[in-house]
Each structure stands twice: as structure tokens, then as C-alpha cells.
Design a protein around this ligand. Sequence first.
Ligand code: AP5
Length: 217
Amino acid sequence: MNIILLGPPGAGKGTQAKRLETERGMVQLSTGDMLRAAVKAGTPTGLKAKAVMEAGQLVSDAIVSGIIGERLDMADTEKGAIFDGYPRTYAQAESLDGLLAERGRKLDYVIELLVNEEALVDRVEGRFTCAKCGEGYHDKYKLPKADGVCDVCGSTEFKRRPDDNAETVRTRMAEYRAKTAPILPFYEEKGLVRRVDGMADIDEVTRQIAAVLDGQG
Ligand code: AP5
């Protein structure tokens, strides 16, 4: 099964994708994570993407569709892919159709996480992760149990994304409204869109997505 998780910054795409990986053996394909890894490694792609990402704007369609194409050639994606943060433009949606068709695969669902954007700024601005194991935390909603120590691995180093400040989050939201939300009709026409309540608690969102994937949503 191949699915897209669609929603603005902080909607919970990454959170739910990780759960689907664990629970269903699908593979998370996050273009944001791939681009951040390229920036960290200082690759030519990373050098091109860094300033664009820090400004909250979209990296070029050619770069992200190229990354996804390369990733889809890896055998683990044959078990099923969760597209997290891709596609984000109409051109990317068309590219994804082509990339899947070339490999004899198809999309099963596009799951839109319905959210209240104002609440999302708070979700994104307050989040941070363990620098060692990647466990996610939040300034208000989920602090480590022992002050400054990761619950999972005991590390005392944490990091925040440079694009998680209020001003950049608002630019990312505007990019979502202008360029990403308009791709929904492309998938509506194909009958692939399902909607879940992204403002429900994390377990409830997981249940709603499971219902869709099990053909009950
Ligand atoms: P990307 O990394 O994709 O960021 P994003 O879409 O802005 O999404 P986020 O990772 O911020 O949010 P999320 O929906 O995954 O939420 P999460 O689960 O973390 O992209 C970053 C940048 O890369 C872009 O701006 C662009 O420059 C570039 N880029 C990436 N892909 C691109 C593409 N295809 N084309 C062009 N450019 C591209 O949750 C957020 C927080 O909320 C967490 O703290 C979490 O614990 C909490 N939370 C989650 N669900 C709930 C819930 N139900 N209730 C309460 N809290 C919750």
C-alpha cells in the first residue's frame, strides 16, 4: 500500500508516519528529513536547499522529485511507502504518479489531516528532539521526565529545527495554502482522498488512519 499524508506544518504527518512504520512495516519517505540530512552532510543538494528551507519556502520540484525517485529504487519501499511532505505542488503530484507507474506501483490513499492552523504554530514552535535518538518533545506538552535528560536514551543533548520559529512557520503555512492545498482536487478526481481529524489526540488520529487503511474509513 502507498499513501500520502497531507497537511500543513505541525499537522502530525511525521508523528503518524513513524507509527505506521512500526505498526504496518511501511516505509516513511519524508522529503523534509531527506533534505535536512543533505544539508547536514553538505551535499550539493543540501547546499542548494539550506537557505530555502530556513526561509520556509519550497525547494525546487526537480530536486525533491529526484530524491524521491532515487529512494523508490530502494527495495524496502516495495513493502509500501508513506509519503510525508511530498508531493507539495501540482508538478510534484504529477511526478509522483509517473514515478510510481514506472515501477508498476500506484497510490492507494491520500490522507488529509484536518487541523486548526493557529494551534499548529504553538505545536511547531515548542517542539524539540533528542540529538542522539530523535525522540520528540514539546516545551508545553511533553517535557523529558527528568529535567534535561532524554527519557529514551539518557542523552542530555537536544536540538530544534532552524525553521521552527513563529515567523518561518507562518511562511510555511502560507506556502501550504498557496501551493500544496490546491493539489487536493487532483486526488479528489481519482477518488483517493480521505480525511481525518488532525486535532484529535495522537492515538485517536492513529485509529482514524488505521480505519482508512483497513477499508473502514
Ligand atoms: P518538512 O520537514 O516536511 O516540514 P513540514 O511539512 O513543515 O512538517 P513538520 O515536520 O513541521 O510537521 P509534521 O506534520 O510532520 O508534524 P509532526 O508530526 O512533527 O519540510 C521542511 C521544509 O523542507 C519545507 O519548509 C521545505 O523548505 C522543504 N521541503 C520538504 N519537502 C518538500 C517538498 N516536497 N517540496 C519542496 N520543499 C520541501 O508534529 C508536530 C508537533 O506536534 C510534534 O511536537 C508532535 O509531537 C505534535 N503532535 C503531532 N500530532 C499531534 C496531535 N494529534 N496532538 C497534539 N500534538 C501533536
